[in-house]
Write a protein that binds this ligand. Structure first.
Ligand SMILES: [Fe+2]
Length: 510
């Protein structure tokens, strides 16, 4: 086979020393195949990271670029000009997965930056940057990561991501709602269609649209992402309805095809491995349960709720909700989570939970209302987890979540009214990248604050993300807030700072 320079003709790398790689046959590729979705990396470990791209003619044409598998060359270097190549190979983009490319590059060094690129025929991808995690059990003294959630295309631009250029996080933890399936119209920009996505092609088009946001693209080119999924990414519920299962299968497959993640769902399968666990040295254990695929019905109390109150999102609490067998995680996953808590080697123990764990009571028409799609809908299981934390004396447990488009800094008490100083766990809820929190949802929360003294900060009208810096002494959380999202170009600043001191529960503003 003829040999030629991998990067010949790349305008990005003029003057870079030639790097030699075997050229693969690209005869089956349609004319114009390239990398309109750029590149991304994710699921980092101490010695590996998943590199991603997707072959396409452009961002709106989702038809296959070929009827057959296509070879895509990849390379990883230790410098941004990609002159010091340390890994290279050829990946196969399968038509069955929309010619997406996922390369799980192993044998990398811990806690260091890498740069990577792809080539298909004569087409070169942009160069991406990524980072591996520190070695498991290594004695590290400082670690930084960001927490994001809820990027609603219609409701705003994703420019909050550009604030991360000043952060240098080791990774970005996305706790759900990467896309929105629902379309409301009347926002700052439109979805590609109003109807709910149902098929694989529908979901592919929705993901393709989201990947064109310029700030999101820059973030993917620069940082490794770790994900979990929430209700707008794919359907919730432990459902047996065939239409719903087909839709969930389509959502899972499109999600996989567009994300730099390690575990592929089987085509047309309504099941996918979402749970993840990471050890960052002996400093921090991050556990990411799947809070959607196995959860019991979200509406056991629907019959007593007022659908005109808070769009029906907050529901009247009822006896069925307190049933001990109700589960958000499913029995197997609950055991897995408890085991990770009990046997942790780490000083800080984070659970990334999509929805908030903190209980929150609201009053409406002299009745008690709660947000039952969060952990308030699964109190028995939450109490079992808190009991485990207490019994095993888990060091510094912290829940990181999103979902409600608000910053909430709180202590996870067992029951509203408990002394926050006795709470087993701290929670940091990050606000949304762009999704709004409308008044009917905000007002009952704001009015409920006096009833919930374990919540020390609630702010629903700001968009942004959280920057978490973990050290031996403390967890410092900066609320990184953008000044506007209704057009591109917003500026991110730190609006508040909270510290959780080693050995103490609860966050204090500093
Ligand atoms: Fe959301």
């Amino acid at each position: 086979m003829k040999r030629r320079t991998f990067l010949a003709g790349s305008g990005l790398l003029v003057g870079a020393p030639a790097v030699i790689i075997r050229q693969s046959s690209a005869r089956s590729v349609s004319h114009g195949t390239r990398f309109p979705f750029s590149v991304a990396s994710g699921d980092p470990t101490a010695d590996a990271v998943v590199l991603w791209t997707r072959l396409a003619r452009d961002t709106v044409d989702t038809s296959p670029v070929a009827s057959t598998p296509v070879n895509v060359e990849w390379m990883v270097a230790t410098d941004r000009r990609m002159t010091k190549v340390v890994r290279r190979g050829v990946a196969v983009a399968e038509p069955m997965y929309g010619h997406s490319v996922h390369v799980d590059v192993a044998g990398l060094a811990p806690d260091r930056e890498y740069w990577y690129a792809f080539r298909c025929g004569n087409e070169l991808s942009p160069i991406g940057r990524t980072r591996t995690l520190p070695s498991e059990r290594a004695d590290i003294s400082r670690f930084r990561f960001n927490v994001v959630s809820c990027q609603n295309w219609e409701q705003g631009y994703f420019d909050a991501y550009d604030g991360m250029a000043a952060d240098d996080p080791s990774f970005v933890m996305h706790v759900g709602d990467y896309i929105y399936d629902v379309s409301r119209g009347g926002g700052v920009r439109d979805h590609e269609r109003r109807a709910l996505p149902m098929t694989l092609d529908d979901y592919r088009r929705r993901h393709a649209l989201y990947k064109t946001d310029a700030a999101l693209r820059r973030a993917h080119e620069t940082f490794a992402f770790i994900f979990t999924l929430d209700n707008h990414d794919a359907l919730e519920d432990n459902t047996t309805d065939v239409t719903q299962l087909k839709r969930r299968a389509a959502a899972y497959q499109a999600w996989y095809e567009f994300q730099p993640v390690r575990y592929a769902p089987l085509p047309a399968s309504p099941a996918m491995q979402i749970q993840r666990g990471y050890d960052i040295g002996n400093l921090m254990r991050l556990t990411i349960p799947d809070t959607r695929q196995f959860r019991d019905s979200e509406t056991p109390c629907a019959s007593v709720s007022d659908s005109k109150f808070a769009f029906g999102v907050y529901e009247q609490a009822c006896k069925a909700n307190d049933a001990p067998e109700r589960s958000m995680l499913g029995a197997g996953q609950e055991l897995w989570l408890k085991d990770r808590l009990q046997n942790t080697p780490a000083q800080w123990n984070m659970i990334a939970s999509t929805v908030k764990m903190t209980p929150f009571d609201m009053r409406h028409n002299d009745a008690l209302y709660r947000y039952l799609q969060s952990w308030d809908g699964y109190p028995a299981e939450r109490n079992r987890i808190l009991d485990q934390i207490t019994a095993a004396r888990v060091p510094n447990p912290v829940s990181l979540s999103g979902d409600i488009h608000s910053y909430i800094i709180s202590s996870v008490v067992r029951n509203v009214g408990d002394d926050p100083r006795t709470a087993p766990m701290t929670e940091l809820v990050g606000t949304s990248i762009s999704a709004l929190w409308p008044e009917p949802l905000d007002k009952p929360m704001a009015q409920g604050l006096p009833l919930n003294p374990h919540v020390n900060y609630y702010e629903s009208q700001q968009r942004g993300y959280m920057r978490c810096t973990v050290t031996r002494d403390a967890l410092l959380t900066d609320l990184r807030t953008i000044d506007f999202t209704d057009k591109p170009g917003g500026t991110v600043r730190t609006s508040k700072r909270f510290v959780v001191e080693n050995g103490k529960t609860g966050a204090q503003e500093i």
